[in-house]
Write a new protein. Structure first.
Length: 652
């Protein structure tokens, strides 16, 4: 069923860009401004140690509200220990119709309680060392960045007595980890409204670490041949400032710790692996967050960048922006800390630009990394209408730590709703719908073996992106992924007819259109073991805007692949799922699972089977319901056996 939010955005799109411009202008006028000191506080609290590994598990709950009016109802309940790091929800009305209640560890008294807009306004006024900016109210949604630890459980309830027109929509970010304090904040209700203040030790300011810093400043003239700057280790680069009247014409590349260094003038530059490689117009753009900032003609990066032996910084003119013979003047200032403590434990910084063309039904890949690390942010450009999709994150399909995080719509990932833009905060900046950034500095997302970040767009859209992450390794391991033949969505009651040997349904059903279409088959490559099918229904309909943002649910799919083995081999199938799933090997049911019954973790299980010598067929049948992550559709599957290199091949 198409939601009111979908109808609202469909009408906004049809009315035209002029109306959207008016709405965006009004949103900008109403949006608050983060206090200047909040950016510096966020750098101290979150950015300074960003290069160190994380040992928690990141989680996310997404949902479309509770349509039943009256009474206090639970939105989500999480088991501990852990920390709530962000709560975002929508509210179309300008009045306080939604009341929030946040309970910790089974207490009968909530840590925070009150109208969502009043809580957001109170959090907006909070800027402390424990929460650089407590949250904001953008007019149609609220964002709370108050870290709330819980030892046993955390429960979020809501209450609303009138028709909200739409929603509310929910996104709750958290991490599972040991905690030392059960409550981090206290609420004060007064005649002047709600105030939120730090409780206990969080009131004490964080100590500013004293560092011995060095600075390298160079005036360069970048052209088609790069201008080089060398930084000798051991060191951590703490800030890079590039001043030029031609920032949008410049490309920044940084390489770390090549064997033998980078000082040889005869080195082969095509043999250098650059961990940072992006045009400044996408790397920094017009953003202002804690780790990124454009100020006049100066672009600054505050990400810590460990250097064990030597770093090579290159500033180069983008070929299509300037001729080979002309140069661009720039001043590059690098602030670095020599011989820092803990350098041996730090991970390498990465920032890579990427572009793709959307086919309408398969999300574009913004980042695919193999190794151990943590994801810290993304800049996105030219993604067009937000109902093309949102964020899909997958990690560690081949390990016991496998996980999947799924957002709602595009603007929601950047903490706005209903096509609004504006606020610049330490964690997020959305100046326009063509240029947006989300920095996960308050909750980096760890991965042990692999990480994928996808973004959904409509057919023909060409998004540009820069992904930011830290990784233990300088080089990624080779990716070998299965390719599947896929079809669906079929009605949920047709789940049993998708087993091998049974006649497949002739048609699919698209809930949004209330129509049936002739069944199609298509090929889809797995990504680090994951198969993502959120927008697979757009094989048939709604591949271009306008389109409702809601996803298909109460449906099922099948995916089939072939594997060639040089000899018979006992094999373990490591399977991950969200909803009910069945796995068949060579026509026989290998096993099944009902899917997760709680927000986290992602349901993972193992099956044992024997590959025959020669060709083997693997079929996966999966269902999709509303569940805990706003109707995400997909699965993961990895194989483990003793077959050596070249003894097992993936076919399609």
């Amino acid at each position: 069923m198409e939601t009111i939010k979908s109808i609202h955005l469909r009408l906004a799109f049809l009315i035209g860009l002029s109306l959207l411009a008016v709405l965006s202008g009004a949103a900008l006028a109403q949006n608050p401004v983060a206090p200047e000191h909040s950016f510096e506080l966020a750098r101290r609290l979150y950015v300074d140690d960003l290069a160190f590994p994380r040992d928690y598990r990141a989680g996310k709950y997404t949902a479309y509200g509770n349509p039943t009016l009256g009474g206090q109802k639970t939105v989500v309940e999480l088991s501990g220990p852990g920390v709530l790091t962000r709560l975002w929800t929508t509210q179309m009305h300008d009045s306080d119709l939604v009341k929030l209640f946040i309970y910790v560890d089974g207490s009968a008294e909530p840590v925070l309680a009150g109208p969502s807009r009043e809580l957001a306004a109170a959090a907006q006024g909070l800027s402390s060392p424990a929460a650089p900016w407590g949250g904001f109210l953008d007019g149609k949604s609220v964002s709370l960045y108050l870290p709330i630890p819980f030892s046993k459980s955390l429960r979020i309830d809501a209450q609303y007595e009138q028709d909200l027109l739409d929603g509310p929509y929910w996104q709750v970010d958290y991490k599972k980890c040991p905690v030392s304090a059960p409550i981090a904040w206290k609420q004060v209700n007064g005649s002047d409204g709600i105030r939120i203040v730090p409780a206990g030790e969080t009131e004490a300011p964080t100590a500013v670490q004293k560092r011995t810093m060095k600075t390298v400043a160079r005036e360069v003239r970048a052209s088609a041949w790069p201008a080089d700057i060398l930084i000798d280790g051991p060191a951590v680069i703490r800030a890079i400032h590039i001043n030029s009247n031609y920032l949008n014409q410049l490309l920044l590349r940084i390489a770390f710790d090549a064997p033998g260094g980078y000082g040889d003038p005869n080195r082969r530059m095509d043999h250098v692996d650059f961990q940072v490689d992006a045009p400044l117009k996408y790397l920094v753009s017009d953003f202002k967050t804690a780790p990124l900032e454009l100020s006049g003609t100066t672009a600054s990066l505050y990400f810590p960048m460990p250097v064990r032996r030597q770093a090579l910084l290159q500033l180069q003119v983008i070929m299509e922006e300037q001729s080979f013979h002309e140069g661009v003047a720039a001043t590059v200032t690098v602030e670095y800390e020599p011989d820092p403590a803990g350098l041996d434990r730090m991970y390498y910084f990465h920032a890579q630009a990427n572009t793709a063309v959307g086919d309408g039904y398969e999300d574009v890949e913004v980042l695919s990394a193999r190794g151990k690390g943590h994801f810290v942010g993304v800049n996105l450009f030219d993604t067009s209408h937000d109902h093309g999709g949102g964020d899909n994150i997958f990690f560690d399909a081949g390990t016991p730590t496998a996980g999947q995080l799924h957002g709602i719509c595009g603007e929601d990932y950047f903490h706005h709703a209903y096509m609004r833009t504006g606020v610049s905060a330490p964690y997020v900046h959305c100046p326009t719908h063509s240029a947006r950034t989300r920095q996960h500095i308050e909750l980096p997302i760890p991965f042990e073996d692999s990480f994928t970040f996808d973004w959904g767009v409509f057919k023909g859209v060409m998004p540009k992106a820069v992904a930011f992450w830290y990784q233990k390794e300088l080089t990624s391991k080779e990716t070998k992924d299965l390719t599947y033949t896929v079809s669906g969505p079929f009605r949920l009651e047709q789940f049993g007819s998708l087993a091998p040997g049974k006649a497949l349904p002739d048609s699919v059903y698209i809930r949004k259109t209330d129509k049936t279409f002739a069944r199609k088959l298509w090929s889809q490559r797995a990504q680090n073991g994951f198969v993502e099918l959120c927008h697979a229904y757009r094989q048939y309909a709604n591949t271009i805007p306008p389109s409702p943002g809601d996803l298909e649910f109460d449906c099922c799919y099948f995916a089939e692949t072939r594997i060639w083995a040089a000899r018979a081999a006992e094999t373990m199938f490591l399977v991950g799922c969200d909803d009910r799933i069945q796995v068949y090997l060579n026509g026989k049911l290998l096993g099944e699972n009902p899917g997760r019954q709680e927000p986290d973790p992602y349901r993972q299980f193992t099956l044992s089977g024997k590959l025959n010598a020669g060709e083997n067929r693997v079929r996966v049948v999966l269902a999709n319901t509303t569940n805990f992550n706003w109707k995400w559709t997909g699965f993961s599957l990895c194989l483990q056996n003793d077959l050596g290199e070249g003894q097992m091949m993936y076919m399609y």
